[in-house]
Design a binder for this molecule. Structure first.
Ligand code: HPA
Ligand code: ZN
Length: 350
């Protein structure tokens, strides 16, 4: 376990909710397509002349009731049908970045996938260029930094993932890392061993969703076969003591998404969520929003609801914010600058 600055142990409890809102943080697990709010889906449908199977924004929002990952992925996929132009991808990313800035996010690593959109007849270039322009504009427009992680869709084949990687290579410098998303159970990491090895040889940072609904074995193989640096979700590790030890000892970060886990019925309530147990076990856990337009909240909402449900203190809040910078792929000087801002805020409350 890390030793924390002593002032974090002297924060009055009544300051906790204000601290959760104001503390600087990084967001490392959010799918940009999952930030498309119903209002934006309707606006883009109108400007792109796409017919929607919902009569109103409210009717669409009312459909956001899920009983597992797949039931969410189906409706999430339908929402992406309104995205047609580079400007649409730019506007979608800027809408998220504005929300992230309001939550005091200093840095975000955005997941996106091209396979969804190339499957609808768009080019990978339209997707990547629009999103990358938003990341480039983020410091001036939103006072934060942002970078991109391209996720392969694991329900598709290995050959399709290779094709996806090849299509992205002309814009290699716009992409920081490679990830793995979509339907987990039945699509183990091993299916993508060779394409991850290729991505690694090309110098991409590597992450993968594992242990959201899938077993701890998928987390082991994300680490040992795909050689990822971070695990997205990873909450099923709580059922495997040896894995918990490995994650803690090797300081492998987990990008945990509490409201996502609640909405997709991974946990029956936030009070039963493993986040507190993970932190107590010394795991480098972080809090993230996953698909904020669908799961009922952006990053600070995830923090406030999770802290309301679990025995989490200001020390945990500090640890989670600090973990978010430790787990991010920013440079060492950026990390030090962000941690200094975090320390200054906590010290001012002590
Ligand atoms: N899990 C897997 N794939 C996803 C998710 C998720 O939570 N969100 C968007 N794609
Ligand atoms: Zn996710």
């Amino acid at each position: 376990m890390q030793t924390l600055p002593s002032f974090v142990h002297h924060i009055p409890t009544q300051c906790l909710s204000e601290l959760l809102q104001r503390m600087p943080k990084a967001e490392l697990h959010m799918h940009i397509e999952g930030s498309l709010e119903p209002e934006l889906i309707f606006a883009m449908a109108q400007r792109n002349k796409v017919a929607l199977p919902y009569r109103s924004v409210q009717a669409l929002r009312d459909a956001y009731v899920f009983d597992n990952l797949q039931s969410f992925l189906d409706i999430y996929h339908a929402g992406t049908l309104v995205l047609k132009t580079e400007q649409d991808f730019y506007d979608m990313a800027c809408a998220y970045l504005a929300r992230a800035q309001a939550d005091n996010v200093l840095h975000a690593e955005l997941f996106f996938d091209t396979q969804t959109h190339t499957g609808h007849g768009l080019s990978a270039e339209v997707v990547i260029k629009g999103l990358h322009r938003a990341c480039t504009d983020a410091p001036d427009r939103f006072g934060m930094t942002a970078s991109l992680i391209l996720c392969f869709l694991r329900h598709l084949s290995e050959a399709e993932a290779f094709e996806c990687l090849e299509q992205a290579l002309p814009l290699r410098d716009s992409i920081l890392g490679i990830g793995l998303a979509s339907s987990e159970v039945g699509h183990p990491p091993e299916k993508f061993a060779r394409v991850f090895a290729r991505a690694r040889a090309l110098g991409f940072r590597l992450v993968a969703h594992a242990g959201e609904e899938g077993p701890p074995a998928y987390i082991w193989s994300a680490l040992d076969v795909l050689k990822v640096e971070r695990v997205d979700h990873g909450v099923q590790a709580i059922h495997d003591a040896a894995l918990m030890q490995r994650l803690a000892l090797d300081r492998i970060p987990l990008t945990v998404c509490p409201l996502s886990n609640l909405k997709l019925c991974v946990y029956p309530s936030l009070a039963q969520h493993s986040l507190h147990r993970m932190l107590e076990a010394g795991i480098v856990a972080t809090v993230n929003s996953d698909d904020p337009a669908y799961f009922g909240g952006y990053l600070n909402e995830n923090f406030s609801q999770t802290f309301a449900a679990l025995p989490l203190s200001a020390v945990h809040a500090y640890q989670l914010a600090r973990n978010s910078f430790e787990a991010s792929f920013i440079s060492a000087p950026e990390r030090s600058a962000h941690v200094a801002r975090l320390d200054a805020l906590f010290e001012s409350f002590a």
